[in-house]
Design a protein around this ligand. Structure first.
Ligand code: IPM
Ligand code: MG
Length: 350
């Protein structure tokens, strides 16, 4: 099991250290190799996704990533921004299927800004297309036209791109509660009319899954009105970016949510759904659980080790039940811990 470890920027190195300790505590044979991505890579080489990292990432079975970005690099030209490294590795490895579960742990019901009865028992999976859409569409840019600045991007999808993410979503729904909601903006955007058409064409192949469609603005509203109506949601790159952040807050903290980005052969990049949190970087207070849970997803999806994945997830549930909380999920009466102590607690629970 060859794993390329990319700690990244901000809190990335701190949370990654805990995930690596958890992996090493399992009696499995991993080959871990570390490389640079994002701002750390820009500082070292001027390139947010350097050749050395590309080589390691391509040769590995899976990539485990912390987070990238920070104010230090915000004024650099677009090609040198840390985010470009993240988009670059997703595209380079063909990671078109992004799985973002939003699960509310019962112990954290009060950490959500929504009423507990709205979110209790919440378990949603957002399937986001990750290598197409307006994120990668050409032409794009900012130019001078007719004496003023003109900004433009291009939204596009081919039917095969839609079909392959659709299949991932139908398969995922099949393993869960068999309900799939496809999210688009077909009342305005042709690209997403095609999205809806292709999803509808796929449905007969999955007669056991109930397919529904929802416009993205309504989906954003329904997520905070009655989120438990959803089982699996599937959508394009940009809508998925926005809806997955929204869904994460239903669970109390984005600091709890792992993600998997998979290619057609289940090679994957695993990363917490949250960012690099520069405001708390280096302080030892960040929540490492999303990264630890991302390592569990890696064991499940790339290495087919359901046993080891559940062991980690059970350990996380146990530390929550024991009352350990980092600042982002703290509530009165709980035991406040830092990043490393949270890692210690998970190791003890393992
Ligand atoms: C995410 C992030 C990235 C994205 C950024 C950092 C480029 O927001 O993974 O959701 O927009 O995909
Ligand atoms: Mg995002």
């Amino acid at each position: 099991m060859k794993i390329c470890v990319l700690p990244g920027d901000g809190i990335g190195p701190e949370i990654m250290a805990e995930a690596v300790r958890v992996l090493q505590a399992l009696d499995l044979k991993f080959e871990l190799e570390e490389a640079l991505l994002g701002g750390a890579a820009v500082d070292a080489s001027g390139d947010p996704y350097p050749e050395a990292t590309r080589k390691l990432a391509r040769a590995a079975d899976a990539v485990l990533l912390g987070a990238v970005g920070g104010p230090k690099w915000d004024s650099l030209p677009r090609e040198q921004r840390p985010e470009r490294g993240l988009l670059g590795i997703r595209k380079d490895l063909g990671l078109f299927a992004n799985l973002r579960p939003a699960i509310l742990y019962p112990e954290l019901a009060n950490a959500s800004t929504l009423k507990p009865e709205i979110v209790a028992g919440l378990d949603i999976l957002i399937v986001r297309e990750l290598t197409g859409d307006i994120y990668f569409g050409q032409p794009r840019g900012i130019e001078n036209r007719n004496g003023e600045r003109y900004g433009f991007n291009t939204m596009h999808y081919t039917e095969s791109e839609i079909r392959r993410i659709g299949r991932v979503a139908f398969e995922a729904a099949r393993k869960r509660n068999k309900r799939l909601c496809s999210v688009d903006k077909m009342n305005v955007l042709e690209t997403t009319q095609l999205w809806r058409d292709v999803m509808t064409e796929l449905a007969p192949e999955y007669p056991d899954v109930e397919l529904s469609h929802m416009l993205v603005d309504n989906a954003a509203m329904q997520l905070v009105r009655a989120p438990k109506q959803f089982d699996v949601m599937v959508t394009g790159n940009m809508f998925g970016d926005i809806l997955s952040d929204e869904a994460s807050m239903l669970t109390g903290s984005i600091g709890m949510l792992p993600s998997a980005s998979l290619d057609a052969n289940n090679k994957g990049l695993y990363e917490p759904s949250h960012g690099s949190a520069p405001d708390i970087a280096g302080k030892g207070v960040a929540n490492p659980l999303a990264t630890i849970l991302s390592a569990a997803m890696m064991l499940r999806y790339t290495f087919n080790r359901e046993d080891a994945a559940s062991r980690i997830e059970d350990a996380v549930k146990k530390v929550l039940a024991q009352g350990y909380r980092t600042g982002d999920i703290f509530e009165p009466g709980a035991t406040k811990v830092g990043t490393k102590q949270m890692g210690d607690a998970v190791l003890a629970a393992l």
